[in-house]
Ligand binder design. Sequence first.
Ligand code: HDE
Length: 700
Amino acid sequence: MAASKSRGKTVQYGEQKISRGEGGETHQTAGGDVPTLTTQQGVPVADDQNSLKVGERGPTALEDFHFREKIFHFDHERIPERVVHARGFGAHGYFEAYESLSDITRADIFQRAGEKTPAFVRFSTVAGNKGSADLARDVRGFAVKLYTKEGNWDIVGNNIPVFFIQDAIKFPDLIHAAKQEPDRGFPQAQTAHDNFWDFISLTPESINMALWIMSDRTIPRSLRFMEGFGVHSFRLVNAKGKSTYVKFHWKPKQGMQSVVWNEALKINGADPDFHRRDMWDAIKSGDYPEWELGLQLFDDSFADRFDFDILDPTKIIPEEEVPVRIVGRLVLDRCVDNFFAETEQVAFCTQNIVPGVDFTNDPLLQGRNFSYLDTQLKRLGSPNFTHLPVNAPKCPFHHFQQDGHMAFHNPAGRANYEPNSWGGKEGGPRENPERGFTSYPAPEAGDKRRVRSETFADHYSQARQFYISQTDVEQAHIVSAFVFELSKVETPAIRARMVSHLLNVDKDLAKAVAEGLRLDEMPKPAPAAKPTKTDLKESPALSILRNPPESFRGRKVGALVTDGADAALLGALKKALEKEGATLKIVAPHIGGVKASDGTWIKADEKIDGGPSVVFDAVAVLTDQAGAAKLAKHPVARDFITDAFAHLKFIAYAPAAKDLLEGEGVDTAEGAGVIALAKKPDADRFVTACRDLRCWARNP
Ligand code: HDE
């Protein structure tokens, strides 16, 4: 589909342009030369305000084709939302290889250092419907489509490296249990309800993932600040046919960062689109999010030696055992032109792999390979969904598949089958044994049985390893999350059953959760198929806080200002933040802004009600005495301050605002992360402090 010259509008979806209204007319209006509105058939429309009626007050005429076409199309605008990962946000970019990996894989994308491959990424939550809020406690999808020169390769991953279940046959049960309960249709986008924890507590293989989802990984501050994982073991295969196992990792260059739970609850109210807005703003402002692709590469001898089965998707391979080799970077540098055309219609399939990549027998992956293609037909309604620009390969493609709903392009010429005796071009494409995809010839044999391998039976050891790898603060968050979620569970037996599993993970964790729930009696540990290994070492890579970002880049400070705010301080703060690559947003009592100390007018980005401190990474309170006195009587301004303090954010303040802060219980003593901006260099001091993201010393 080439871009065509047109006096109508040329719409660019992805890299391909579709010309709308080709050859369409334009006409003069008060607003200038504009395209003439037409029907879908291209008929110019004279009146788009009134349907055709018999008489001024009479019935509408059925022959009004413009009206009928418009309503007909509107009635069919929706397609089924994804059964999971319905809420998502996509962006375009590219993958750049750092080096040639030809010794490991023949995948074309990894052959040449510096080679750039176009990419489309869709981030998502899992459980909520399309309109749910961004800060739900949930796993995030991290699906990457790489438009390589040898076909599209989809790495359909998550921001957590393990999964709930070991066999795809349990996926419908897991998702039914997680989503709204079927009789009442709620709760929306949350796992804090009986059905979910009933299923989890009856499914010991999910306990490792249960710890991950109760950690801060499920409440990321930004989609830019989270890791991605391919989860399964895959294969990379080189030109000689040698296979190496691989686990895929995406490491955010911006560093990792999460919100605290109370913040998440409030962000959902203040800005349900918080994550998508953040991604949109970052890309539009030229601050392109970046991840590095890391590979954990290992062979059969490691797989045989490893404590766990590398085919079991509820397990990780600790980075300390197999280091992550960084091989390239993914940059997102372009927002979509149209949400529906691209983000909604993009169709990821785990079965989309390219020569040089192959599957393993991970039973979850095998099931996914069926599910994704199947679901795209349901969602997009035609086997020709690959004709949509966002799904079409960007390399040449030739095949004999034809017809079906919405066929944009059919094979040209006489041959639509093969073998045929029409020679040359006329005969159409032919297979290519050298370049074509060949499956890795893994030897397979065995009895046909419905079984779970014995090697998948250890459900607790890695859950324990995850827990002991966290900092004290992170462990406390895991405890609080369990207590929060299980307190929403109405059936006491389910709460106790969950604690019985936690006893197999870590006694202190189980005890803390039991206390938080005020369980009247400690249950016995759940029967375990295998005892918990207590000799697995801590893996620092599993902690967010043990891997802090190096700077405050890409973050936002909200400055609450009033009339009389010190213009010089504000200027110094802005400059210091810009130097760091962070931004300053002005929050004021009125959207029109405030008059600063030097008489200049400062425009507001948010009226205070719409810009609570939860949407910022750190805050500043810049008022004069009169302004501070006014804010002290303003409940929303007081929330701004108390929340920022309770959420452990760094707070900068003008000396005139000191009483206001202290009146709200803010500790302004040295070391509490609350910094007075008395002189210009204080702004730099504040920004340096902000690099720690939160003042954990204030943690109660
Ligand atoms: Fe998915 N999953 N999934 N999933 N998944 C879908 O495909 C499925 C699993 C993941 O942004 C669906 O197009 C099964 C693991 C992402 O468009 C569906 C099983 C991982 C996305 C489906 C899993 C994922 C999906 C729904 C168990 C991380 C969103 C809509 C065997 C490695 C992609 C769609 C996007 C979407 C099935 C488990 C990631 C129904 C059967 C494990 C990121 O096909």
